[in-house]
Design a protein. Structure first.
Length: 171
């Protein structure tokens, strides 16, 4: 009786080789899919930045998307001191300004919006009020990855954009 070892059997060598090739192929496919998914996410990554502009008699706030994909702005919070405000006119010096909507917008890459703009003699009063104002935006990518950003412009990832109605900025 021939007692050849099982791993020396030619059929077993072929079977083990096929198994090894299958495992390498599966690992390569999984890794390739992971890289493709990460690339797709990176190619549409939004990055919002909030800025203030002041030049003598003009004052404005702006939001720009310096990312590679659209930013879906879910909500905004504007706080004056310790009070959350619903509209810019709730802040005394901001009564006579041009304003536009900031919440629930889509901001394309390299685009900016100016939610507040003022030209006139009272611009210095807006600069004084600005010291007490905090602006927070929550935005998501098209893949529902979400971030919070404030005037420090350091986006922090969050699971989802949820806001309390008492804190939501409605303008």
């Amino acid at each position: 009786m021939d007692s050849e070892k099982w791993y020396k059997n030619p059929e077993m060598i072929v079977a083990l080789s096929a198994l090894l090739i299958g495992l390498v192929t599966a690992f390569t496919s999984i890794y390739s899919a992971y890289v493709d998914r990460e690339y797709a996410r990176a190619s549409v990554w939004p990055r919002l930045e909030i800025f203030r502009s002041f030049n003598g008699d003009s004052f404005s706030y702006g939001v720009t998307n310096n990312g590679t994909g659209p930013a879906l702005i879910k909500y905004a919070k504007v706080q004056h001191g310790t009070t959350y405000v619903k509209k810019w006119k709730d802040i005394e010096p901001f009564n006579n300004i041009r304003q536009s909507h900031i919440s629930n917008r889509t901001l394309s890459p390299t685009k900016s919006i100016t939610p507040v703009s003022y030209n006139g003699d009272n611009a210095h009063a807006l600069v004084k009020a600005d010291k007490l104002i905090n602006i927070e935006l929550c935005y998501c990518s098209i893949y529902d990855e979400c971030w919070l950003v404030d005037r420090n412009n350091q986006p922090q990832p969050v699971n989802a954009c949820q806001v309390n109605d008492e804190q939501a900025f409605t303008q």
